[in-house]
Design a protein around this ligand. Structure first.
Ligand code: SF4
Length: 530
């Protein structure tokens, strides 16, 4: 019987088809949990809403933009600063948040006048910023404020500004995934094709579905530049508004997170004939294969190979140091969406951990299918779990660590289970060769930190052992390892810097190829209507 019934959810029988155990000999067709369905009344979902998916996940990582929510301030608060999508312009988009702060009187009398006043005030307060995105919320959608008309009005008054409107209220879809889709299509429809970029290389890509969590985008773009590739735009981490208006001129869309951004890639293929290549920046093997695929597409695979060899030689001994100490550790892989299949097999193969459970909050059945297929037998797969199911799973599975977001993470901490932030990371970036070692280092620190051992002591009742002194690495992670591992000359702990982005931002890149001849080159950079 593949479906798994949680004791805590017996009173919600519809939940039964949302969890399965991957049993011996069972096929995926027998065992796929339901996914991307409306949340069942009676269960408390941990999902975000469609407004959150549009604004928080995809819109706000754009760096040179005022991101304004048209709705109650509470909608905005939950989408501010909780995810560390940094940028190389001093994190402008992370520092400030903007909301029209709708109240009851606006619901009755309308909020369009207030919206216009807010837009003008925001541009006045930040005169160097000339781009804005406005996000509809449930309240402004229900009263029918015409945000597009207000935006057109302002653009006519201020010809040097450009405004993007995203109509993705919270109720538009079962989860944040509905908002991903809406903003992808809206950007494509309203903004792509408005700016003609300067082409500087014969190899031009859009990097899509990458949000620069703690620098992931900058690490990956560094590899692309070392290969002589021009990154026209990034959708959307560390991405610039006007660069994203020129996406139509790329030769290839390199897609990282298919769950959140495959829609725009598919539209770019249909409208402009730009092919899509799915890649994976997590893990030595998937990343190496990805760089090679891009190299093969452009006929520059030798450049990809050179990077792979250099980076592997530098970082593999450090990854293996952690693998020896993480081998057999039990992990609940509970991120939001696609990381369950990006990570499931590769953390097992490259870090030695056992994935005992996967879950997704906003993933679709296709994400579950890929995730389950990459798990070992016996893994428990859950779609959109509620808090009690998460607790029951942790009590049953007894993981050594869970990878999840901050809400379930807090529950895990209360249960004395270490948790690693799979959304915003602890000490990322986690992409790239060095990033993957940083991830292993953070897992190691999470599992072996003495603080978690002390956390199991009830200080109101138990004696705190005073005879052990400080627990050293030798006592914690290396206790059962032989000298062939602890003294292995080829292995070492992470030796990178705390801030591994500062140098990247200063780096100069070789010029491999001349830019295309003027006849082939696209018109010079000129913002249309900006
Ligand atoms: S569901 Fe609606 S009201 Fe709630 S945060 Fe989302 S947009 Fe705001």
């Amino acid at each position: 019987m593949p479906y798994h019934e949680f004791k805590c959810s017996v009173c919600i029988p519809e939940r039964k088809k949302h969890a399965v155990v991957k049993g011996p000999g069972e096929t995926l067709a027998d065992a796929l949990p339901l996914g991307y369905m409306n949340t069942i009344p009676g269960t408390i979902s941990e999902r975000g809403c469609a407004y959150c998916g549009a604004k928080h996940v995809i819109g706000t990582p754009m760096k040179d933009v005022i991101h304004l929510s048209h709705g109650p301030v509470g909608c905005t608060y939950d989408t501010w600063q909780t995810k560390r999508y940094i940028s190389d312009n001093d994190n402008f988009q992370l520092k400030y948040t903007y909301a029209t702060d709708m109240k009851e009187k606006h619901v009755i009398f309308g909020a369009e006048k207030m919206l216009k006043k807010n837009i003008l005030e925001a541009f006045k307060a930040f005169p160097k910023i000339k781009r804005m995105s406005i996000y509809q919320t449930c309240a402004s959608a229900l009263i029918g404020d015409d945000i597009e008309a207000i935006a057109r009005d302002v653009m006519a008054e201020l010809p040097d500004v450009d405004i993007f409107v995203c109509n993705s209220p919270g109720f538009r879809g079962p989860s944040q995934s509905g908002g991903h889709h809406t903003i992808n299509i809206a950007w494509m429809k309203d903004k792509v094709g408005q700016v003609e970029p300067k082409i500087t290389s014969p190899h031009v890509i859009n990097y899509v579905g990458e949000y620069n969590i703690q620098g992931d985008q900058e690490v990956m773009v560094d590899y692309f530049k070392r290969m002589g590739i021009q990154v026209l735009s990034t959708f959307t981490g560390n991405g610039s508004y006007d660069e994203l208006r020129s996406m139509h001129r790329a030769h290839l869309n390199v897609l990282e997170c298919a769950r959140s951004a495959e829609y725009i890639c598919n539209e770019l293929r249909v409208r402009y004939g730009i092919p899509r290549l799915d890649i994976d920046g997590f893990g030595f093997k998937p990343l190496s294969e990805s760089l090679l695929k891009i190299g093969l597409f452009f006929g520059i695979e030798d450049r990809a190979r050179a990077i792979i060899e250099e980076e592997t030689a530098r970082w593999k001994p450090e990854l293996d140091w952690y693998k020896e100490r993480l081998r057999g550790k039990r992990v609940c892989l509970w991120p939001g969406g696609s990381k369950l299949w990006h990570w499931a097999h590769v953390i097992h193969e490259e870090m030695g951990v056992e994935v005992v459970s996967v879950y997704t909050k906003f993933g679709h059945q296709g994400d579950m299918e890929k995730g389950i297929s990459r798990c070992e037998e016996g893994a428990l797969a859950i779609d959109d779990p509620n808090e009690l199911e998460g607790i029951e799973a942790m009590e049953t599975l007894k993981p050594d660590i869970i990878f999840t977001g901050k809400r379930p993470g807090e529950v895990a901490k209360k249960m004395r289970v270490p948790y690693l932030n799979a959304h915003a990371y602890h000490n990322g970036p986690y992409k790239g060769f060095e990033g993957w070692v940083r991830f292993a280092r953070d897992i190691y620190n999470g599992i072996y930190s003495p603080i978690h051992q002390l956390a199991t002591v009830d200080i109101s009742q138990d004696e705190i052992p005073a005879d052990r002194g400080f627990l050293t690495q030798r006592l914690i992670s290396d206790e059962k390892l032989g000298p062939e591992i602890t003294a292995a000359p080829g292995l070492r702990q992470y030796t990178g810097k705390y801030d591994n982005l500062a140098e990247l931002r200063q780096r100069k890149y070789p010029v491999f190829d001349a830019p295309p001849a003027p006849a082939e080159a696209k018109p010079a950079l000129e913002a249309v209507g900006a």
